[in-house]
Every structure is written in structure tokens, then in C-alpha cells.
Design a protein around this ligand. Structure first.
Ligand SMILES: CC(C)(COP(=O)(O)OP(=O)(O)OC[C@H]1O[C@@H](n2cnc3c(N)ncnc32)[C@H](O)[C@@H]1OP(=O)(O)O)[C@@H](O)C(=O)NCCC(=O)NCCS
Length: 327
């Protein structure tokens, strides 16, 4: 027997029973359940949103699961855009944690992505999630950026300084309105991956969001996608004109305050990459406070020359072996 292979290092569980594949409709309840048991570490998504992703069968947005004896043990939601991918959510059922399943699922998804030509994988981790951070670093990810979460009550946002004329504000339900395809500067790296695919998911799901577009004359200053939760407004996407982005930001925030939010005590939350310092400075000048942060991690995938038959573990293990020999 050949003992040189190191695939059996961790034998906390019977690997023959562990399978990886794309999620199916009948997995949705289990995924939603695991999602809600991990909510402290993830951004909230509803069962309906998860179901809509699975139904859509998009190449750009997928859910993969690890299953043990046909029971979902964990999942990964991943966005793909050309040669890059973004892991949006990742969790293992609390009953199955600490047995290596998370790591194997992550490796499986990376292998599938690499076989499709993806060269870089990105993800974000909330600052208190040391276990996930440790797992990613062990698997070759490195921290490349930090996202700051900024928040202000509507009434505390300073908008008097603005001279706004010739401004047109367009507000609509995201189901009826698509953002213009103009190239814009997104305040977060991740919304580059998510904004256009999410538009399709919104159309098939029951979830609602508001789309905002602000023009000065005929020039697009910026766009925002917002969802409400109780007395809070979350800006999922904020993207600004490359021409004078900080001026545009002030006017888009003014539009949010005056046209989207009706209560002065409603809080507005906006995530911004820490590298976009001029935008951060502007928001803080307008009255926003830093309330939290997340790490952005990145990993370069090894180029794979072989295709992978999704769901076939034997093939994937073969690819792992190939990957190892390339080091
Ligand atoms: C993160 C999560 C998916 C990992 O899944 P899992 O199956 O429990 O993870 P694994 O058993 O494969 O591996 C965990 C590894 O992290 C390591 N780890 C745990 N805490 C750590 C720490 N503080 N520092 C460094 N490494 C740590 C463990 O040592 C383990 O590696 P080992 O097997 O070599 O000992 C799971 O804990 C989970 O669902 N958490 C809640 C949701 C979440 O945080 N998702 C990530 C969002 S970014």
C-alpha cells in the first residue's frame, strides 16, 4: 500500500461519507438553519434569498454544500466574476464544527474555482471572528485590507454645507430598476462582485431593496442600494463617479438623508474600504462614526490545467494531489 499520500491526516470523521456538491432545492432549509445558527459571524440573509440563489442556477453566484450521509453539514456562498471570486458566506453546522469539514469544503470550492480559471479568491471576516481568521490564514489567505463600518443617525448628518442645485434623484424598487452600467467607484471591494448579480436575485426573491441614483444635470454622481431593517437603513452598495468622488458622496448622502430616510432617529450604516481614505474622511466630516470593522483576505489560487466534474470527490482529491505537487 502506498503510504506517501497524506489525504488521511485528519480522521475525525469518515471521509467516505463526506461529499461536496452544489446546493439543491431540498438543501435550502438546512442551509438557512445553519446560516441562522452562525448569524453572529455573517451578514443576515433570509431563507427566501438562499432559495432564490439555488433556483437561479447562476454561474456567477453559487452555493456549495458539504454533506454527510445526505445531511447538509456546511455551505459556502460564492460570487464569481471572470478570474476572481468572493466568498460571501461560509458556515458549518455547530454540531459538526472542529472536525476539519470547514477546511475541506473551502479547499473543494477553491479547487472548483481554480479549474474554471479563477486566480484570486477574496473574503471578509468580522474582526471578532478569530477562529475563521485562523482557518483562512492557515489555508494561505492573507489580510489585504480592512473595511470600516460607519454609522450615523439621520439627524446627525451634516448637510447644511452643501450647495445642491440641478440635482435629480431617482428612487425605485430594485425589482423595477437596474443601476446604469456606468463604471463607478464602489466604496467596498465586495460590492464589485455582488451588485449586478444581486439585481437578478432580487427580481426572483421576495426580498426588497431601494435603488437610488443621483444625477447632476445628465451626469451620474452615484448610486446606492439600501435595505431597511426596523429603524435602520443599510447601504449594501454605494458607488460614486470617478470624477470628484468626495463631492458626489456628499450629495448621495444628502439624497439618502432627505429622500430615503423619513425619521431623524433612523440610523444609516455604510461600509467603506479603509484604503479609500478620502471617502472615509468625508463621511466622518459629515458626522458618521466608525462602529465596527472587518478584515479583507485574499488568496492566489494555483492555476489548474484540468477540469473538475462538480460533485465528484475522487476528481477533486486527484486535483488536490496535483496542486500539492506544484508547490
Ligand atoms: C469557521 C467555520 C466555517 C469553520 O468550520 P469548522 O469545520 O469548524 O473548521 P475546521 O474544523 O475545518 O477548522 C478549524 C481550524 O481553525 C483553527 N482555529 C480555531 N480557532 C483558531 C484560532 N483562534 N486561531 C487560529 N486557528 C484557529 C483550528 O485549529 C482548526 O484547524 P486544525 O484542524 O488544524 O486544528 C465554523 O467554525 C463556523 O461555521 N463558524 C461560524 C460561521 C463563521 O464564522 N463563518 C466564517 C465567516 S467569515
Amino acid at each position: 500500500m502506498d503510504s506517501s499520500e497524506s489525504q488521511d491526516e485528519s480522521s475525525h470523521h469518515n471521509k467516505d461519507l463526506l461529499l461536496f456538491r452544489r446546493a439543491r432545492l431540498r438543501d435550502v432549509d438546512s442551509i438557512a438553519k445553519i446560516y441562522s445558527s452562525s448569524i453572529e459571524y455573517l451578514d443576515p440573509e433570509s431563507r427566501d434569498w438562499i432559495e432564490s440563489i439555488v433556483k437561479k442556477k447562476s454561474r456567477r453566484l453559487r452555493i456549495y454544500v458539504a454533506s454527510i450521509e445526505d445531511e447538509v453539514a456546511g455551505f459556502i456562498i460564492v460570487y464569481k466574476k471572470r478570474d476572481k471570486a468572493y466568498i460571501d458566506a461560509f458556515a458549518v453546522d455547530p454540531r459538526f464544527r472542529g472536525r476539519g469539514i470547514g477546511q475541506e469544503l473551502l479547499n473543494y470550492v477553491e479547487t472548483v474555482l481554480a479549474s474554471e480559471g479563477v486566480e484570486k479568491v477574496y473574503l471578509s471576516v468580522k474582526n471578532h471572528n478569530n477562529k475563521a481568521l485562523g482557518l483562512y490564514i492557515k489555508n494561505g489567505y492573507r489580510i489585504t485590507n480592512v473595511v470600516l463600518i460607519l454609522r450615523s443617525l439621520s439627524r446627525d448628518i451634516e448637510t447644511d454645507i452643501l450647495k445642491v442645485d440641478n440635482i435629480t434623484i431617482r428612487l425605485d424598487n430594485i425589482k423595477r430598476y437596474s443601476f446604469p452600467r456606468t463604471k463607478l467607484l464602489d466604496t467596498t471591494m465586495w460590492s464589485n462582485f455582488t451588485w449586478d448579480v444581486d439585481e437578478y436575485i432580487y427580481r426572483v426573491s421576495k426580498e426588497d431593496a431601494i435603488a437610488l441614483a443621483v444625477y447632476k444635470g445628465r451626469r451620474l454622481l452615484g448610486v446606492a442600494r439600501i435595505f431597511f431593517e426596523q429603524n435602520e437603513v443599510f447601504v449594501e452598495r454605494l458607488a460614486l463617479s470617478f470624477y470628484r468622488p468626495t463631492e458626489s458622496l456628499k450629495i448621495v448622502v444628502y439624497a439618502l438623508k432627505t429622500r430615503v430616510v423619513s425619521q431623524p432617529t433612523t440610523a444609516i450604516t455604510i461600509p467603506v474600504d479603509s484604503s479609500k481614505s478620502a471617502l472615509l474622511r468625508t463621511l466622518i466630516q459629515l458626522g458618521f462614526k466608525v462602529i465596527d470593522s472587518e478584515y479583507i483576505l485574499q488568496k492566489e489560487l494555483i492555476k489548474l490545467r484540468y477540469g473538475v466534474d462538480q460533485g465528484n470527490v475522487a476528481n477533486v482529491q486527484h486535483l488536490h494531489a496535483v496542486k500539492n505537487t506544484e508547490f
